[in-house]
Design a protein around this ligand. Structure first.
Ligand code: PMP
Length: 359
């Protein structure tokens, strides 16, 4: 830290992203990317001709992409906001709606960035514990009269709440924002987008990083009441109006035309996930009933830290969190069938070394 850093940032605990090692080829099951490449339409859109226009700024209104997303989700372009990954949209949302005298509430176990943003923007926050089963109890959020941020499916557990429960949270907190982070909704959740228009306090945030195979392009979007979208635009135009580059805009629009390819990938991932749950249970793991593109598992014979470390030694990266309540777990991104087979074999080997003495 330099002596020039603004005092208010000196105590900041920044978000720690999953490791992205550049040194050797791992089987990478640690940051919930899609194991499948972008669609042909996306690859074609990223042409030499498109790159040749990088001397020009992109459209700050992202008109074409917003219209395409609006058509896909049955809303108007005025209900759509796009930015540089959904992290960017979460950041704008905390910037716009939290802080002042309004507390923001989220679960104790959830996407780690919510707390980082709350602290960064000086917003008072409260964490509501998940149940013993690591589920969000929706009724804990009814009538709170606070801003509410929920990932649905939640991360890193993969567990969902129902659309009815989301609706009840919106209905009973009419004077506060309800932000539903649907980064993983395409793998088996119910989207709250269809409540847009009925609840002016609802913001649904989605991303191209998981189901649409574009984590490297950085693109996220929010769907909400027109007035909330105008607020998010106010944040964007006050910080970085050209937050999405030309190539990503083209890729994002092209991906919508290839929705069938992405739907098939999501179905494949959900299928591999369900089979992986069965295999891991056979190996003695406890698995949450994840509806996402990751598994959240623990084993009585090996700690989360050990599993993480030994898998890494075997060339497989998974995510381990050190927070007390979940430190026995690892989070495993659902990969291709071949990647999962390699994972099962490595786990079998690691676990047989642990339990070998008793057999
Ligand atoms: N929300 C959740 C729950 C996530 O897990 C992630 C991915 N780390 C994000 C948002 C951010 O995704 P991106 O910025 O790549 O859109």
């Amino acid at each position: 830290m330099s002596r020039f850093l603004n005092k208010k940032y000196r105590g900041l605990a920044a978000y720690e992203p999953g490791e992205q090692p550049q040194d050797k080829a791992y089987i990478k099951l640690n940051t919930n990317e899609s194991p499948f490449p972008p669609s042909d339409g996306v690859l074609d859109a990223l042409s030499r001709d498109a790159a040749a226009r990088l001397n020009l700024y992109p459209d700050p209104e992202c008109g074409e992409l917003r219209s395409a997303l609006a058509a896909q989700y049955g809303v108007r372009p005025e209900n759509v906001f796009v930015s540089n990954g959904s992290d960017d949209i979460l950041s704008f949302s905390f910037m716009a709606f939290c802080g002042g005298d309004t507390e923001v509430v989220f679960p104790d176990i959830t996407y780690g960035f919510y707390k980082v943003y709350a602290e960064f923007y000086g917003a008072a926050y409260r964490e509501i514990p998940l149940t013993e089963e690591l589920a969000v109890r929706a009724s804990d959020y009814y009538g709170l009269q606070k801003n509410i941020v929920l990932a649905n499916p939640n991360a890193p557990t993969g567990l969902t709440i129902s659309l009815k429960e989301v609706e009840e949270i919106c209905r009973t907190n009419p004077d506060h924002i309800v932000l539903i982070d649907e980064a993983y909704v395409d793998f088996g959740g119910e989207s709250s987008v269809r409540l847009t228009g009925r609840y002016e306090n609802l913001i649904t945030v989605m991303t191209y990083s998981k189901s649409r195979s574009l984590a490297g392009a950085r693109l996220g979007f929010a769907i909400a009441d027109e007035a909330l979208i105008a607020d998010l635009n106010r944040m964007k135009y006050s910080t970085n109006p050209y937050s999405i580059n030309r190539l990503t805009l083209r890729a994002g629009t092209a991906a919508i035309r290839d929705q069938a390819y992405y739907d098939a990938n999501c179905a494949k991932i959900a299928e591999i996930r369900e089979r992986a749950k069965q295999e891991l249970k056979r190996q003695g793991f406890f698995c949450t009933d994840s509806k996402s593109n990751f598994l959240f598992v623990k084993h009585p014979a090996a700690s989360g830290e050990t599993l993480y470390r030994e898998l890494k030694e075997n060339g497989i990266l998974v995510r381990h969190f050190t927070k007390d309540r979940i430190k026995e777990f690892i989070r495993i991104t659902v990969g291709t069938e071949a990647q999962m087979e390699a994972l099962f074999a490595a786990l079998r080997k690691i676990l047989s070394e642990k339990t070998g003495g008793t057999r």
